[in-house]
Design a protein. Structure first.
Length: 263
């Protein structure tokens, strides 16, 4: 076991992830959770399993957040073990995190309308990308003029995967074309951080509604208009249809038709 600082360890780890083609979004997410871990572990290569469990036991975290943090910790220590920095992987026995299958919860139309009416131009564009394009906060942050081909936006999603999302909203289409670069530039170059996009959407929406529920809104409306789960899956960037199904509220008339058919 060697002694080192978190800054030095993260430099090596980030270099390794970039060399393997990991997306910058994933790297930022892992760095975020590993900096959280540094509050519990002074030396990264001297961590114990109980310390890791303490770091992952934040009460306010949702199951999704806890699962994401566990994945970042596991990836870091698998690398540290394979690279010879630790003799044994302290994350190997971390308990799995169970994420309950959630029910779809689309942002209501009146809530979205009020948010759009009160938002400034930047906030409106973020709301439109999430609600009418189905983009995640990390994807909203990365919108760039070069990714627009005609009226189709090439969206950079999870795992470095790119998907095509047609832009039918005229205001949004004009704004992306006119940006001549990042639609949401950061203060020090590059684009706005995904967490900042999430925070801004949270400020625009009432309690209980988020950028993620705007994606549920998009999924439910898209399915209601097409009855094509495969198309909705492609637009959301999901690997499996069962994931998309958890985003979709089946329209009442569809349920009535099913009951009538059974009767």
């Amino acid at each position: 076991m060697e002694a080192t600082t978190w800054a030095a360890a993260l430099t090596l780890y980030v270099r390794h992830r970039r060399a393997s083609g990991t997306s910058e979004g994933t790297i930022r997410l892992h760095r975020h959770y590993l900096r959280h871990l540094a509050r519990y572990v002074a030396e990264p290569y001297a961590a114990t399993t109980p310390q890791l469990e303490d770091a992952l036991s934040v009460r306010r975290w949702s199951p999704e957040t806890r699962k994401s943090a566990r994945a970042a910790v596991r990836a870091f220590y698998r690398w540290a073990h394979a690279a010879g920095h630790v003799a044994a992987d302290p994350s190997a026995s971390l308990p799995a995190v169970r994420v309950p299958a959630g029910a779809p919860r689309p942002t209501p139309e009146d809530v979205l309308a009020r948010a759009l009416a009160l938002a400034d131009r930047r906030g409106r564009l973020m709301l439109l990308l999430a609600a009418r394009g189905g983009l995640r906060c990390s994807e909203v942050a990365q919108v760039h003029t070069r990714d627009l081909a005609g009226s189709v936006l090439y969206v950079h999603g999870k795992g470095g995967k790119t998907r095509r999302v047609p832009v039918v909203d005229a205001e949004l289409l004009y704004a992306i074309r006119a940006a001549d670069g990042w639609l949401f530039p950061g203060r020090t170059g590059g684009h706005l951080a995904p967490c900042t996009v999430g925070d801004l959407l949270g400020e625009l929406l009432p309690d209980g509604w988020t950028g993620h529920t705007l994606r549920h809104r998009f999924a439910s409306r898209a399915y209601a208009g097409t009855r094509d789960l495969g198309a909705v899956q492609d637009l959301l960037g999901h690997a499996r249809p069962e994931t998309t199904r958890r985003y979709v509220v089946v329209p009442d008339d569809h349920l009535v038709a099913a009951v009538a058919a059974a009767a």
